[in-house]
Ligand binder design. Structure first.
Ligand code: HEC
Length: 225
């Protein structure tokens, strides 16, 4: 009987503790959050807060297509208090401009109905993708045929967000440009649907490093050289 009791207690601890730490405590912290106004004296700025809105229609497409199964939107703080481990997460991609970078904090998600933190990083973190996003044409090509951009890509092709149509008259201005190997039949073109456009706008609006009141406003300020 004691064994059985130990078993039940062990089971309760094994499930109860993670549940408490990963779900109950964060939920309580999150519920207490309220917007805090900028304090010019303390933060050194007056700004937009809650953060500038992201493209909500595009966000719905992102959710529906399950993009957050492979992409996170969360730049972690330093690990185990060791500065430098994950330094530069979110800025280590090609071509990112020298813009403020900081780890994400709970307040970054305050104005969003769903915080798409993601579950695993199969693809790159997209929290600050807006800063390094290429032009629309490049994004359309990537979503229509990821392998035409990187032949090693494991990202699925989202061809259903595009329409293959017969070219009538001149080629559409937003027709997706594809390398020969991936091109559709002659006389046809690939055009993005409204949803593809909204998705692209959503991705371009992802810039989760705006200054927020308090500590991170200081961290978010561009480094003085
Ligand atoms: C099965 C996993 C998977 C899914 C699902 C997925 N991606 Fe990706 N994604 C990747 C991988 C891997 C890469 C890196 C290779 C590449 O560039 O194709 C990537 C790259 C990207 C990039 C370029 C990121 C950068 O920093 O250059 C963007 C933008 C992107 N994905 C958006 C999306 C969107 C939007 C969706 C949903 C419509 C999506 N992904 C769904 C795996 C995935």
């Amino acid at each position: 009987m004691t064994n059985f009791r130990t078993f039940i207690l062990g089971l309760a601890a094994a499930f109860g503790l993670p549940w408490l730490c990963l779900i109950v405590l964060p939920a309580m912290q999150y519920q207490q959050l309220t917007p805090v106004a900028y304090d010019k004296d303390k933060d050194g700025l007056e700004g937009i807060y809650p953060p500038a809105p992201v493209n909500d229609q595009g966000k719905l497409v992102y959710v529906r297509e399950g993009c957050n199964q492979c992409h996170t939107q969360m730049i972690r703080p330093q690990q185990l208090g060791l500065d430098g481990w994950y330094k530069g997460w979110g800025q280590d991609q090609e071509g990112r401009p020298t813009a403020p970078v900081r780890p994400n904090v709970l307040r970054d998600y305050l104005s969003e109905k769903y915080a798409l933190l993601g579950v695993q990083r199969v693809g790159p973190d997209l929290a600050n993708f807006g800063w390094r996003a290429p032009d629309e044409a490049a994004l359309y090509q990537h979503f229509y045929s990821p392998r035409s951009v990187h032949d090693w890509s494991t990202m699925p092709a989202y061809t259903h967000l595009f329409k293959v149509q017969k070219i009538q008259g001149p080629v559409s201005t937003d027709a997706v440009k594809l390398p020969k190997k991936f091109a559709v039949a002659a006389g046809y073109e690939v055009v993005p649907t409204l949803e593809a456009k909204q998705l692209v706008q959503y991705l371009q609006s992802l810039k989760k490093d705006y200054p927020i009141p308090g500590q991170s406003a200081v961290a978010a300020a561009p480094a003085k050289k």
